[in-house]
Design a protein around this ligand. Structure first.
Ligand code: HEM
Length: 399
């Protein structure tokens, strides 16, 4: 049973407004941090953990801040079974260890980096053909690149197009967030799940006979039940597309707003890797991750009861002045390494190194090499959306 927290010593942010957070969440995050590290927000019926220190502490105590819930079941409904992200160790660890080898530096260098490179060139050709009057980085470059990379990482066949992967990912994410039980969202989600299952019906027997280096193949190799293989392939679809897509667009937006920093990258006096980490910190694609309190606890002076719904505000932690000097300033020269944009602890993003390679080694450097005069379109305006998952939905550019 999910419990409403007892309010004895828990600060309450009656004013927290998720609609306002959709427009720009950062002013409200600052206010929340001023109230305290642990604050109840009635509008989202969650206890929000707001500071860098408190978020990190919670992430490193999964025995208290559990990823397992019997009440928040939308993700399971969306993808058909419980994936690793909604389990605790030791069950989580078995599934996580299965996919780790394919996302480690050696596999990235030998297997994925050459593919990512090829994909970037193909979609740069497409973007350039679209032309400086119509091009949209998010739609014409970031989305297809993120989508094709995911098709390759999962070992899906060539018959799967970038639009298919993109649609599945959007539908699974919408299902995971479908707290109001919108039937149309479930209809689209079910349709996408059937389409992915059809692909897996062909793929799994083939990979059993002929394993390859893909995520799906590694999930099979360790002997997980087929239900878990399917659930984790679908988890990767929902988590592995949106964020890299947002990161490509967010980086172009951030560098266009800070042309002097872009020039440091272009003349080689700053590193793309650092710009990547700083962008994840400054405009975190995942703003909040859910947890549930597994046992009554005292946390930063506040009593939390078992069953309390918690939101760890990664994006707020990444703007905490106790952790970063001048945190609202975008500065690719800072050491942003301690940010929490990929989470921390046992659920630390499995695709972090793959995303970094795809974006900081290939997508962004090649984009600016081929389009050195790239800038935001002065007429067609960019649009941001979301706070739990936040990114640009359109980023018109010209050159
Ligand atoms: C810049 C891009 C990305 C960002 C910002 C990001 C962020 C995150 C975060 C914050 C988590 C932790 C969620 C939690 O603890 O509740 C996570 C987990 C995960 N991510 Fe990513 N992610 C990115 C790219 C990717 C990619 C490309 C893949 C797949 C190839 C991927 C696969 C996963 C998986 C499988 C998990 C679950 C790990 C576990 O439960 O142990 N992510 N990601």
């Amino acid at each position: 049973m999910t419990t409403t927290p007892s309010r004895t010593n828990l600060p309450v942010a009656q004013w927290f407004d998720p609609q306002e957070a959709m427009v720009d969440p950062y002013p409200q995050y600052e206010r929340l941090r001023e109230v305290g590290p642990v604050v109840y927000a009635p509008a989202v019926a969650r206890v929000l953990v707001t500071t860098h220190e408190a978020v990190k502490e919670a992430e490193h105590h999964p025995e208290i801040f559990s990823s397992y819930s019997e009440t928040n079941l939308t993700m399971m409904r969306a993808i058909g079974a419980r994936p690793m992200l909604r389990k605790d160790d030791p069950e989580h660890a078995t599934e996580r260890q299965a996919i780790n080898p394919t996302l480690r530096p050696r596999a990235i260098k030998n297997l994925w980096s050459p593919k990512f490179k090829e994909t970037v060139e193909k979609w740069l050709d497409y973007l350039i053909e679209k032309g400086p009057a119509d091009a949209d980085i998010n739609v014409d470059f970031a989305a297809p690149v993120a989508s094709q990379n995911l098709i390759d990482l999962l070992g899906f066949p060539e018959s799967v197009g970038v639009e298919d992967m993109s649609r599945w990912s959007i539908d699974f994410i919408a299902g995971t967030g479908n707290l109001l039980d919108d039937q149309e969202i479930w209809r689209r989600c079910d349709q996408s799940r059937e389409e992915v299952d059809e692909i897996l019906d062909d793929l799994l027997p083939r990979l059993r006979k002929q394993p390859d280096g893909s995520i799906t193949s590694h999930l099979l190799e360790v002997g997980l039940p087929e239900e878990s293989v399917r659930a984790n392939a679908k988890l990767t679809i929902s988590g592995g597309m949106n964020e890299p897509q947002h990161m490509i667009s967010n980086m172009v937006w951030a560098l266009s707003k800070h042309p002097q920093q872009r020039d440091l990258l272009l003349d080689g006096s700053a590193q793309w890797n650092h710009a990547f980490e700083e962008t994840v910190r400054w405009q975190s694609p995942i703003g909040m991750i859910p947890r549930e309190v597994a046992a009554d606890t005292e946390f930063f002076g506040v009593h939390l009861e078992q069953g309390t719904n918690v939101g760890l505000l990664l994006a707020s932690a990444n703007r905490d002045s106790q952790a970063f000097v001048d945190p609202d300033t975008y500065d690719i020269r800072r050491a942003a390494g301690g940010h929490l944009g990929f989470g921390s602890g046992v659920h630390l993003c499995a695709g972090k190194l793959a995303a970094k390679n795809a974006i900081a080694e290939h997508a962004l450097p090649r984009l600016y090499e081929r389009l050195p005069n790239l800038e935001l379109d002065p007429v067609r305006q960019p649009k941001w959306h979301g706070w739990v998952f936040r990114g640009l939905t359109t980023l018109p550019v010209t050159w």
